[in-house]
Design a protein around this ligand. Structure first.
Ligand SMILES: [Zn+2]
Ligand SMILES: [Zn+2]
Length: 168
């Protein structure tokens, strides 16, 4: 995911398009809930804004497999979001915070793209919107198993209903 800026640096306002695709992505996180990430597609453009500042804007599309937050089964997810980054090859003394420094005529987008993926990772992943999760007693997957302890764990809403019926 390297951008060569030799021609872009020639003129303020010039633009360079890019479209990268990567099959396997090493997210390098200590997260057991993320099984696999890839393919990853990053497309967009970089523009010479002047003052040796270069702005990257684009879109990230990524497929992944992660564990369902309720039942822990492997669940395919796809993320699709836009991003914007600013790079500069002069170290500014004022230290403008959101400008990423680089050296030479090349920018490697990859490390920042990985950060963007982590930032946009969903906080909850569900295999289906009505996933029943795991039995709190025996740990069985309630989507696929009717465990013996099912009758002991009456839904609180049904318990209320039962009370109402009894009071009659
Ligand atoms: Zn689930
Ligand atoms: Zn059970």
């Amino acid at each position: 995911m390297k951008l060569n800026l030799v021609s872009l640096k020639q003129a303020v306002g010039s633009v360079l398009d890019f479209d990268f695709k990567q099959e396997n992505v090493e997210l390098d996180l200590n997260r057991e809930d993320i099984l696999f990430v890839g393919p990853l597609r990053t497309k967009g453009q970089i523009e010479n804004l002047g003052d040796r500042i270069y702005q990257v804007t684009g879109q990230i599309e990524v497929e992944a497999k992660a564990l369902c937050s309720r039942c822990l089964s492997a669940t395919p997810i796809s993320l699709n979001f836009v991003f914007s980054l600013k790079y500069s090859d002069i170290v500014s003394e004022s230290g403008e915070e959101d400008i990423i420094p680089f050296f030479g005529d090349e920018i490697d987008l990859y490390p920042k793209i990985l950060e963007e993926i982590v930032l946009n990772w969903p906080s909850q992943i569900l295999c289906s919107s009505d996933c029943r999760g795991l039995c709190p007693n025996c740990g069985a997957n309630m989507n696929t198993t009717d465990c013996k302890c099912k009758t002991d764990n009456i839904d609180p809403r049904f318990a209320v209903l039962k009370q109402l019926l009894k009071s009659d």
